[in-house]
Design a protein around this ligand. Sequence first.
Ligand code: NI
Length: 185
Amino acid sequence: MILPIYLYGQPVLKKVAEDITPEYPELNTLVENMFETMHQAEGIGLAAPQIGLAIRLVVIDLDVLSEDFPEFKDFRRVYINAHIVETSEEKEAMEEGCLSLPGIHEKVTRPSRIRVQYLDENFVEHDEWVEGYLARVMQHEFDHLEGKVFSDRLSPLRRQMNKTRLSNLAKGNVQCTYKVKRVLR
Ligand code: NI
């Protein structure tokens, strides 16, 4: 089932999301729906707050990048209760976009490597260092779990440059190819 994606300005995108337990109702269906919603919107990552749920659940599918990055062939993952526990001093800038902020693409500076703790879809614990493109996508998605979107990470100047776009988004003034949840005016 395709779910509406919550746009910038929706209060749920500013909430710190909560951990869940294996008893969370209909978790498998929710994960399936999140993958379907993300694929339909042509995204590579989707966090539960973007579909209106303040829980620590993220799906990532990097298979679409596998022509350039063979290591991402069939790379489809579920991250439950994810937390970034350490980051490298080294940082890099990379362009980002977000299904909750359609039409905005900006370079964001983030740590190059991160140590993450999470549970997979079988509730098996993982604790690993991640780098490269995956580290980037994870940081973007896990930010959603902290109530942050990538425009919060822009310099004051770049934020100023996007001010009109952001305020239009927050008013629900946007054309979108996928189903969205707008702020009611
Ligand atoms: Ni996003």
